[in-house]
Design a protein around this ligand. Sequence first.
Ligand code: GLN
Length: 374
Amino acid sequence: MPSPLHPRTQLSTESIFATMSRLAAQFGAINLGQGFPSNPPPDFLLAAARKAIGVFDQYTAPIGLFKLREALAEDLSVDIDQVVITCGGTEALHALAQALYGPGDEVVILEPYFDVYLPDAKLAGATPVLVPMKLEGGWRLDLEALERNISSRTRALLINSPNNPTGTIFSKSELERIVSLAKERDLWIISDEVYDELYFSGAPLSLRRLAPERTFTVGSAGKRLEATGWRVGWILTPAGLAPTLAGMRQWSSFCSPAPLQAAVAEALPFARQTGYYQTLREGYKKRRDLLASGLRALGFEVFLPQSTYFLTARKPGLEAETLVKDAKVAAIPGRAFYEQHPAPDGLMRFAFCKTENELTRAIERLDAYLKTAR
Ligand code: GLN
């Protein structure tokens, strides 16, 4: 028998998003768990991809296809020399963890958190330090707790606004406080902004605007253009650091799929010029409100998100693991977003990037289940 695999393979367990999608398929449940849109990507993106296959088929440079970097530089008002293309936000986050911290280092992460942040830190040998957000009065940042959890070992603050799973957008004054803490304690900031175009009232402020010299911003074409499987994401780096980040990510995937990079390059200016994001937001807002009012009518406490396509809601005593089997509706259990503190009882995350029909049917199924379960 060969010797056992390295202990870090303990991190190879199935993600909660994959688990809930698998259970949803197994039990014939409506899948409001994993955040991927039910509808296809927009026609202009699909047409651009069809055109690109057969033209852009070989490796691009690890830093990314020039015309995509150019399109992003224009869209995000950033210097092209600060843009690195990655295989989705996931690879961007992994490369940043590898580039920024190692054994003995700590990274401060907000809880509830998006799942990849923890394995990324652990695979780099660093220790994640989790700071709970406040649920009372809607999900808010706890700036005192954030400050208390910074130690002499802290290397970076990992901030996610618009936030998954809570849907909160941090205010300008909150972001300014984060930046002043980062400056005082000389910390890097990783700012996961993949939901930057999915907001329902005010647009989020990018941390990069406040601290360009120490902020790495993570973005995602999958979220903006409803093509989560395409794996086209990016990092905006402080000046001078893009070649290093490109050099780190080359060891995992070398480059993001070339024709899809080309298609996104063509789609980004088109999306901006034609008001695509505005329409996207309007559609999501409608579906958010549909889900929120349906859940409220069933007695859930709903925390209305300002952004993203996720809604958190609570009904003490209910478990997502039971709902997927017995109500045939899949959500993500709140517990999955917590490691160091207890999750609020009965907390769940529902994705509303699904059709109105699916959302309506999910509410009907939950209603039927709650009536029989009573
Ligand atoms: N970001 C998505 C979510 O939060 C999907 C994550 C994944 O499956 N890796 O649901």
